[in-house]
Design a protein around this ligand. Structure first.
Ligand code: GDP
Length: 468
């Protein structure tokens, strides 16, 4: 397979024990041998290396000066990540050192890889389909063990198989329509019977797709985290709860997206479910005494609207206040299904009346807790789990991690099939129905990366980092 040879650092940049510089392409070995001297031979252009075995030696520049002590591994095509010849050089990891090594390889004929180009080659050379390629992103970015397992499963082609099976069934339906169009021309009764059978088949496919979507919804929670907002008026214990949830081992990552506003996002885990807690512009600051109007601005309305879970805290020792009701009605009620009410500070007293509660908040379900003593916090965790998955048990088979592109294409394919279904129900001629079915077929092909344009591919792989 002729292709130019690409090079990139495949481990994270910076100081570290080892950095791996990877080359892929038909010239990899030649380029490596121009600057690699195996330890024993002490000469350049040493005899060929044993494939897939590490060879100890030195990288040297054109004057023969040593750049680094390395281990080199040559993996000949086609059984490699890209299906091309690959050379991996284990170097020491330092910013300047790696830069120097890459420069040396560039000088000897390699080209700097674009983001995701190794994986793109694996796709273009037919080792993996596009769903598998994208699942590599999901593997790298997994935030929970369940998401990781589900992503690994997609990587092995499990989900692609599912899509291919649906495709096959669709193509059979289309073939039957085509055959039927000729066959049943003179027999109206048979034609009607045939249409019933076909309609049932399409219905079954739609429900299969709905199952995939359901699994994808669960996967999204395990992958991206349950979007969570902790809300309530000042001093009810929001930051105390936040800190409890963040407690040492629970905190996984902190990231501060520099976009829109400075929303601080923390990931915590409750019962293995990652919660993406969105700190809405400092509502967790201690001793905050904003007037109600200001709270309206402070809270990110958008975050609350989009939240999967809103933990709304009241102070049980003070009872329900006007301020609580104002916040609930003005900021939270529009996403009422996502709300989990907590009555905090029960160690100081219980002044919340269930009847009044029901009248104000249209539900009498709340959990009494004390962040201070720990009372009720287990119940809170159980409830979060129940809310996240509507009480359903979470087995491994019930999760798929889908990239956004895949989610969108699944929705699109479902729409085409639903259109076909409705058309059939209304007795629209099958040759018209088959147009929608064909569009669904095309959509599934797009998912797998068949007949996909170069720009779209570049866009997909640009989400990968350089070296992947
Ligand atoms: P926020 O303004 O809603 O973030 O509230 P904080 O978390 O800052 O809490 C306000 C005050 O209430 C602090 O002094 C906390 O120590 C205290 N507090 C929080 N939770 C409890 C609780 O369960 N019991 C008691 N007695 N005090 C609490």
């Amino acid at each position: 397979m002729e292709s130019d040879t690409i090079v990139a650092l495949s481990t994270p940049p910076g100081e570290g024990g080892i950095g791996i510089v990877r080359m892929s392409g038909s010239n990899s070995l030649n380029i490596a041998l121009k600057c690699f001297v195996p330890a024993k031979s002490k000469r350049k252009n040493a005899p060929s290396l044993t494939p897939r075995k590490l060879t100890y030696g030195h990288l040297v520049d054109e004057k023969g000066s040593i750049i680094d002590e390395v281990l080199l591994c040559y993996m000949p095509a086609p059984n490699t990540y890209t299906r091309e010849d690959i050379v991996e050089i284990n170097t020491h990891s330092g910013v300047l050192l790696v830069k120097t090594i890459i420069k040396l390889l560039l000088k000897n004929g390699a080209r700097l890889a674009e983001p995701g180009e190794f994986t793109k080659r694996a796709f273009l050379n037919g080792r993996i389909d596009l769903i598998q390629a994208e699942s590599i992103l999901s593997v790298i970015r997994a935030r929970s063990e369940k998401a990781l397992k589900a992503a690994q499963k997609s990587l092995t082609g499990h989900f692609s198989e599912e899509i291919k099976n649906i495709l096959l069934e669709l193509q059979e339906i289309l073939a039957e329509i085509e055959a039927g169009l000729e066959f049943y021309q003179d027999d109206l009764q048979d034609e009607v019977a045939n249409e019933e059978v076909l309609l049932e088949k399409v219905r079954k496919l739609v429900s299969k797709i709905e199952q995939i979507q359901k699994k994808g919804d669960k996967g999204r929670i395990f992958q991206d985290g349950l979007k969570t907002v902790i809300a309530g008026r000042p001093n009810v214990g929001k930051s105390s709860l936040y800190n409890f949830l963040l407690g040492e081992e629970r905190a996984i990552v902190t990231e501060i997206p520099g976009t829109t506003r400075d929303l601080l996002i923390e990931y915590v885990k409750i019962k293995g479910i990652p919660l993406k807690i969105i700190d809405t512009a400092g509502i967790h600051k201690k001793g905050e005494i904003d007037p109600i109007e200001k709270i309206g601005i402070t809270y990110s309305k958008k975050a609350i609207k989009e939240a999967d879970l809103i933990i709304f805290i009241l102070d049980a020792s003070l009872g329900i206040t006007d301020e609580d009701i104002w916040i609930y009605n003005n900021l939270i009620a529009e996403n009422a299904d996502a709300v989990l009410f907590l009555a905090n500070k029960v160690d100081l007293g219980r002044k919340i009346n269930r009847e009044v509660f029901k009248e104000k908040f249209k539900t009498d379900f709340y959990i009494e807790i004390s962040v201070k003593t720990g009372e009720g916090l287990n119940k809170l965790e159980d409830e979060v789990e129940r809310l996240a998955f509507s009480g359903e048990a979470i087995e491994e088979e019930s999760i798929i991690v889908l990239q956004l592109r895949q989610q969108e294409l699944i929705t699109k394919a479902k729409k085409h099939l639903q259109n076909a279904m409705q058309a059939m129900e209304r007795g629209i001629p099958l040759d018209i129905v088959s147009i929608d079915l064909q569009l669904a077929v095309d959509t599934f092909h797009e998912m797998l990366g068949e007949n996909i344009g170069g720009d779209l591919l570049d866009n997909i792989f640009s989400k990968f980092c350089i070296g992947k």
